[in-house]
Design a protein around this ligand. Structure first.
Ligand code: ADP
Ligand code: MG
Length: 484
């Protein structure tokens, strides 16, 4: 059904804040960690005591450059910090150190895939370095607001896309791809509950077929992919209804209320000049060396979108499986190492099925099995070639490998007596014997108690200690009972 709002199309631009995993803050000596006692991670520099001077973190600059290299940005060999002024209690200096005129990275492209596998590209405006602010806590004291400066000065990258995203789903997939990318590069832990990566969404709508951008509304601090999609959906609808009712859209900042499923106005958007940006006179410019850039480029790992493309096109992995396998960089590499031995499709099944299930049972946070990728590849190879019954490999060999990861597959196969799969003559002989010993049950089966099949399957499986393929066992049981 066509709706009136269908005459509009949305335009979305994202600002993604990425907290960098560095040992110390952006400009000061202290470290930082989520969930510490208030103001544990605080130095005189961060508290803005007079006479202190900032001391830029080179690793944060390195991480900015690495992300820029990964998305094909123009990397500024010389960039600069600017002061962005605003007054807020959790910003002791009275300005935020950020980059305005000379950011580390300009332009670039995020390549990613929608849930159905469609390839998309979103062009970037810039990626710049800045410091995070502290937190004001309003709900712990009856009279006063409290300030926790643990997060103040923590290094962030702000990635700003161009206004080119065409749907809520595309926005969520883009945000998700950025999270996977920064985790893969090892520059951010991607923990969304702790706010390590969060997103502001800018949304406007325009009549379908027109060029000029409408007035945008910014929704702040979305820390989940579904919140992002829901908030953008709501906002598109809200704006369309307003325009159709003859109202104008006010440029403003809103927040998403997940409980009420609505966006709410926070404040009118400050225009850029309100911040009175100017170059930080306390700081020298930031320099990147050509040799370092070349080395980081050479050391760049396989990127998630490249892996996604390789896996789905060469091994027929479904998009949903590829997204899951990509979530963790270590696991993605492990999977790729297993798949490189030749059975990519099977490798995905094993990783997402039995391996995942056994990992969950272990008392460990590890996303990787305790044995080399080559061993899993060997196990899979033996199943594919028919040397091992799938059931035995899954139920006996794989758990044994988790128990004794240092053993080779050959050793375990010999030890467990999994040498060869039970041939159907072996199964038939054993079944014949079982039928002779249970002639009453055979008779009752033949009189119509068909659910006795399970009884015989159980006996026969037990005899082969799980080494026989349940499919074959079922087939032999049925055939012999029927052909009596
Ligand atoms: P600011 O720094 O004031 O937030 P920017 O010009 O840097 O403003 O834009 C911030 C974000 O808003 C970018 O992601 C950009 O793509 C997006 N944006 C800008 N104009 C529009 C618009 N008319 N509709 C949707 N998004 C927009
Ligand atoms: Mg903004």
């Amino acid at each position: 059904m066509a709706r009136e709002s269908d005459q509009f199309e949305p335009v979305i631009g994202l600002e993604i804040h990425i907290q960098l995993q560095t040992a110390r803050k952006l400009l000061s000596p202290e470290g930082f960690a989520f969930g510490a006692a208030p103001n544990k991670w605080l130095s005189a520099v961060t508290a803005a005591h007079p006479g202190t001077l900032p001391f830029p973190n080179q690793v944060a600059l390195e991480y900015a450059a690495k992300l820029g290299l990964a998305v094909g940005s123009d990397i500024a060999r010389v960039s600069r910090f600017d002061r962005k002024h605003y007054f807020y209690p959790d910003l002791p200096k009275g300005y935020q150190t950020t980059q305005d005129a000379l950011p580390v990275c300009k332009e670039g492209v995020i390549t990613f895939f929608l849930p159905d596998g469609t390839r998309k590209e979103v062009h970037l405006d810039r990626i710049h370095l800045e410091e995070d602010a502290g937190k004001s806590i309003h709900d712990q004291d009856a009279y006063d607001s409290l300030i926790d400066l643990n997060r103040a000065g923590v290094p962030l990258l702000e990635m700003v896309t161009k206004p080119v995203i065409g749907s809520p789903e595309e926005a969520a997939a883009c945000f998700s791809a950025v999270r996977t990318l920064v985790r893969r590069l090892g520059i951010c832990d991607g923990n969304m509950e702790e706010g390590s990566i969060r997103c502001d969404a800018n949304i406007s709508i325009r009549p379908v077929g027109t060029e000029r951008l409408g007035t945008r509304v910014e929704i702040k601090n979305l820390n989940s992919f579904s919140f992002l999609a829901q908030a953008v959906h709501f906002e598109i609808d809200r704006q369309a209804k307003a325009l159709l009712a003859g109202e104008t859209i006010v440029q403003e900042t809103r927040s998403w209320d997940p409980a009420g499923q609505v966006t709410r106005s926070l404040r009118d958007k400050e225009s850029a000049e309100d911040y009175r940006y100017f170059p930080d006179p306390d700081q020298r410019s930031l320099h990147l060396q050509e040799a370092d850039l070349l080395r980081w480029m050479a050391e760049m790992p396989s990127l998630p979108h490249q892996q996604f493309e390789r896996w789905t096109s060469t091994w027929g992995i479904a998009p949903a499986e590829a997204f899951t396998l990509l979530e963790d960089a270590e696991r993605a590499d492990y999977f790729e190492a297993v798949a490189a031995f030749g059975n990519g499709r099977e490798a995905a099944n094993w990783m997402l099925g039995p391996v995942q299930a056994l990992l969950r049972q272990q008392d460990t946070d590890s996303v990787l099995p305790p044995f080399a990728a080559e061993k899993l590849a060997k196990l899979i190879g033996k199943v594919v070639s028919g040397e091992l019954v799938h059931h035995a490999a899954k139920e006996i060999l794989l758990p044994a490998l988790f128990q004794a990861p240092e053993k080779t597959i050959a050793e375990l196969i010999a030890f467990l007596g999994l040498g060869q799969s039970s041939s159907s003559t072996e199964l038939e002989t054993a079944m014949q014997l079982i039928m002779d010993q249970n002639s009453d049950e055979v008779k009752r089966y033949r009189q119509g108690k068909k659910n006795l099949t399970g009884f015989f399957v159980g006996l026969l499986m037990r005899q082969f200690g799980g080494k026989a393929d349940p499919k074959d066992v079922n087939e032999v049981v049925r055939r012999l009972l029927e052909n009596g």
